[in-house]
Design a protein around this ligand. Structure first.
Ligand SMILES: [Cu+2]
Length: 132
């Protein structure tokens, strides 16, 4: 008779070994090529940084050197930021979105990611809260 203890130990290892899909964190771009993961969903008002990690949606590999553009937009009120947003490539697939949130509330980060062959869109939502 097979030991139930050994079987219990063997099953999780088998499950990992047979799993061919990569579980990539973050939200897929509209074309499904990239996964975009933000380090926060809450920011203050004024100048704030949100770091995005962008990975290949198929392999999970973090991608450097992408063309990333982000515009904060307050969809509920129909306006954007009063200041120019900057996106800095920090390396290792991390892109810092330096943006000015003119008022508290829900902001959509309307983004594009390009790797030279495709350009795809994404939208992330952050909540801007009054500080202090
Ligand atoms: Cu507003």
């Amino acid at each position: 008779m097979r030991s139930p203890v050994l079987l219990a130990l063997a099953l999780p290892a088998l499950a990992i070994g047979c799993d061919t899909t990569v579980d990539v964190e973050g939200q897929l771009t509209d074309g499904g090529s990239f996964a975009v993961d933000a380090d926060t969903t809450e920011v203050g008002t004024g100048w704030q940084d949100v770091d995005l990690t962008i990975r290949d949606a198929g392999t999970g590999e973090a991608l450097e050197g992408l063309a990333v553009d982000v515009e904060p937009y307050m969809t509920s009120m129909g306006h954007g930021s009063s200041e120019e947003t900057e996106v800095e490539d920090l390396g290792a697939g991390v892109y810092r979105v330096h943006a000015y949130y003119t008022m508290p509330g829900t902001w959509d980060l309307l983004g594009t990611v390009g790797d030279g062959s495709v350009v795809e869109d994404f939208t992330l939502t952050v909540e801007s809260v009054e500080e202090g």
